[in-house]
Design a protein around this ligand. Sequence first.
Ligand code: MTE
Length: 298
Amino acid sequence: MAHRWKNDLTDADVTPMGAYLSRREVMAGVAGLGLASMAAPVRAAGLSPNSWEEITSYNNYYEFGTGKEDPARNAGSLTTKPWTVKIDGMVDKPGDYSFDQIMQAMTVEKRIYRFRCVEAWSMVIPWNGFELADLLKMAGVQSGAKYVAFETLYRPEEMPGLRYPVLDWPYVEGLRLDEAMHPLTIMATGLYGKPLPNQNGAPLRLVVPWKYGFKSIKSIVRISLTSKQPPTSWNKANGREYGFYSNVNPKVDHPRWSQASERAIGGGLFAKRQDTLMFNGYDEVAGLYAGMDLSKFY
Ligand code: MTE
C-alpha cells in the first residue's frame, strides 16, 4: 500500500494550479548540460532537450489565459519592442534600462536546464541567457540588500488574462539575494538560439532551475533590490500550497498531490513517470539552505 498512489499518479490526479483559481473566478466573477562555464557540472548525459514545438505550445502564462495552449494562441498580441526594465531599490545605479542596452552589456550563453513545474510535469529546455548576477552587478547592489523582487508587465490591452482575477496582477516574484547571485540563475532571452517567443516570456524572463517553474517569472519590467522578503504571486494566492522558496523537493508534497515524481512532457502516453530529484538535480545549491528545515520553508 505504501505510496502506491505516488507511482500510479496520472495527470488526472494532479490538479493544475489554476483549478482552485477557476473555482475562485466563478465565485468572484538540466542539469547543467552544455554549460559554457567550467564550474557547471555536466550531469544530464542522455537527457535530450524537448522540441521547440513542445516548449512553445505547452505553457503557463496566465496573463494570456489559464489553459496550456492559451499562451501560444494569445501572446502574439504582446508588443516587446521597445522594452524597458526598471532596476531600482538598493542599487547604486537605479534607472530604466532598455532591453538593447542590457543585451549589449551582457554575455549570452546556452544553458540546457531541466525545468520542473509545481504541477508535476517537466521538460528539458535549451535556453539562451545571461547570469542574473551580471545584471545585478551592473546596477551595483548596495550592502543592505537581501532580496530581489521581480515584476511582470501589466498591460491589459495586450494581455487578455488580466481581465480575470486569477492572481493579484501584476505577477510578482522574488529571490533571496544569494539565490539571485548564484551562477545557475539566469535571465533567459532565447530558446534554441532564437529570441524568446512571447508565450515563453519575451523578451526576458527569469530561470531558476532548482525551483518550481512558477518562480521563473516572465516578461520582466522591474527588478528591485530590497531588505525585506518581497511578496510573491502564488504565495499571496495560496500560501499553504505555494511558499516563497519553492525549491524542487520530492520529499515535500503539495497539499493536493505528490511531488515525488514527474511526467516528462514529450515522453508519450505510456512513458513511466520519472523520479523527481532534490533541487531538481542541482545539488550545488544545497549550501544555500544549510540548517533550514525545507519542509517549513517550502
Ligand atoms: N510568469 C508570469 N508572468 N505569468 C505566469 O503565469 N507562470 C509560471 C512561470 N512564470 C507564469 C510566469 C509557471 S507556473 C511556470 S511552470 C512557468 O512560467 C512556465 O514557463 P514556460 O511556459 O516557458 O514553460
